[in-house]
Design a protein around this ligand. Structure first.
Ligand code: ZN
Length: 279
């Protein structure tokens, strides 16, 4: 039945969105055209490209200017924060750019602040928390959702979101965690980004959570070129692989694949109000 769905209905149904892919980092040898074409041929027709820091914002703007199906976020990724002076500088740049008259009105593919968050493999959690909170407050002021990066930090992230009274939601990308953590994030208005992790049988805890949360709280993503799927370890990940994440999700869930496919589309729109695509 599953096979029949992919042969007959899949490509006539709602397109898939890779809700988190670093197209700028995938573009190692100017292959972006091919990357996008290959993804589109697999019915992955829209992309969300998150920012990392001020070094890649201009490239992101360039990519978005070339590809109307690439939506983007700008932000300061916690893993790459160097020191307080540099991080504050970058934050000021971000704030100035986003608050400049016209930026948000003219950049229609700009849909969120991100990726931001806390990475506990890095030592300066205090500085990361400060920059995360500043970006949450900026997003609150501009009424924008956020794209959140976590690594062993979901509880702290929830705490900081509450402290700032941030209320525009967004997505916690590459979710892995407990049922309680998933419930807390969903209660705070976040979707869970489901990536290649669910293709690994050993990720049984995350797989169980993704199986049991409401379908309305899920997005799919690849995090390309990182996080290769099971069977593809050691290779660069590719946004076209979002279709395999989708298949793995369909195998985990009770709902029929066409229902999941339609829900994922509506979830992207609910998560990112500026993702104004009509089919
Ligand atoms: Zn990322």
């Amino acid at each position: 039945m599953f096979q029949a769905f992919f042969e007959k209905k899949f490509k006539n149904n709602y397109p898939l969105v890779d809700s988190h892919c670093h197209l700028d980092l995938c573009n190692k040898s100017n292959q972006l055209n091919n990357i996008i074409k290959k993804s589109e041929s697999k019915h992955v027709k829209f992309f969300v490209l998150p920012g990392i820091n001020s070094d890649n914002w201009i490239e992101i703007l360039n990519i978005a200017a070339h590809y109307p199906n690439v939506f983007f976020a700008l932000g300061i990724h916690p893993y790459f924060i160097q020191c307080e002076v540099d991080a504050q500088n970058q934050f000021n740049q971000l704030q100035n750019m986003l608050e400049a008259t016209d930026f948000i009105a003219s950049q229609q593919q700009f849909i969120a602040i991100g990726e931001i968050g806390i990475d506990s493999s890095r030592s300066d959690i205090k500085l990361q928390s400060l920059i995360f909170k500043q970006q949450l407050l900026l997003a609150q002021k501009l009424a924008l959702p956020v794209i959140i990066h976590h690594r062993n930090s979901i509880d702290l992230i929830c705490q900081l979101v509450r402290q700032t009274n941030f209320s525009h939601g967004g997505v916690v990308h590459a979710f892995s965690g407990s049922q309680q953590q998933a419930d807390n994030l969903i209660a705070l208005g976040f979707k869970l980004g489901v990536g290649g992790v669910i293709t690994y049988p050993r990720a049984s805890k995350t797989r169980r959570v993704i199986q049991s949360v409401s379908l309305a709280s899920l997005l799919i993503e690849t995090d390309s070129p990182d996080m290769p799927l099971a069977g593809y370890q050691g290779q660069d990940n590719h946004p076209s692989q979002a279709v395999l994440v989708f298949k793995a999700l369909c195998e985990l869930r009770q709902e029929p694949p066409e229902v999941i496919q339609q829900a994922l589309w509506h979830n992207v729109k609910a998560c990112f109000p500026r993702f104004l695509v009509s089919l």
